[in-house]
Design a protein around this ligand. Structure first.
Ligand code: ZN
Length: 144
């Protein structure tokens, strides 16, 4: 299973990487800076572990990173033909997470990853309410 980060703008990708780093300010200064891919995979592993689903047979996951809120919301409109106020979302059919580098934190990414993992784990997609409970548990306990 591979996580593909889709972003064609280097500074945007860089900002995304900083926003989803699990390191605190001080440890980020002391440690060698990790790559964006490493930061993302660290969160993914943490989410799987929190859910007790480390053995999930997950399809390759795509993360589409947009520059800012307007371009993120434009992407939503192009898919659903209606406006949105969502800050991030996951689409099961595309196995893709949509985020904006301007308005994101590790908890938000972990939340969407939890949806992706939960949907893959049980042969059938669980009810949205159950999936939301699990995803909220993950973003609340990410740093425990
Ligand atoms: Zn959710």
């Amino acid at each position: 299973m591979t996580i593909n980060i889709v972003c064609d703008d280097e500074p945007v990708l860089d900002k995304f990487g900083r926003r989803v780093s699990l390191c605190s300010g001080i440890s980020r200064l002391l440690k060698k800076r990790k790559s964006v891919q490493d930061n993302v995979e660290e969160i993914y592993d943490r989410v799987r572990a929190l859910l007790g689903m480390s053995d999930v047979h997950d399809k390759d996951l795509k993360i589409r990173v947009y520059k800012d809120k307007p371009s993120l919301h434009e992407a939503f409109f192009n898919i659903y033909y209606r406006p949105t106020n969502l800050r991030a979302w996951y689409i099961f059919e595309y196995h893709t997470i949509y985020v904006s580098a301007d308005d994101l934190n590790a908890g938000m990414l972990a939340h969407e990853m939890a949806h992706a993992i939960v949907d893959s784990y049980f042969g059938v997609k669980p009810p949205i309410e159950s999936s939301e409970i699990l995803a909220r548990y993950v973003d609340t306990h990410l740093y425990d």
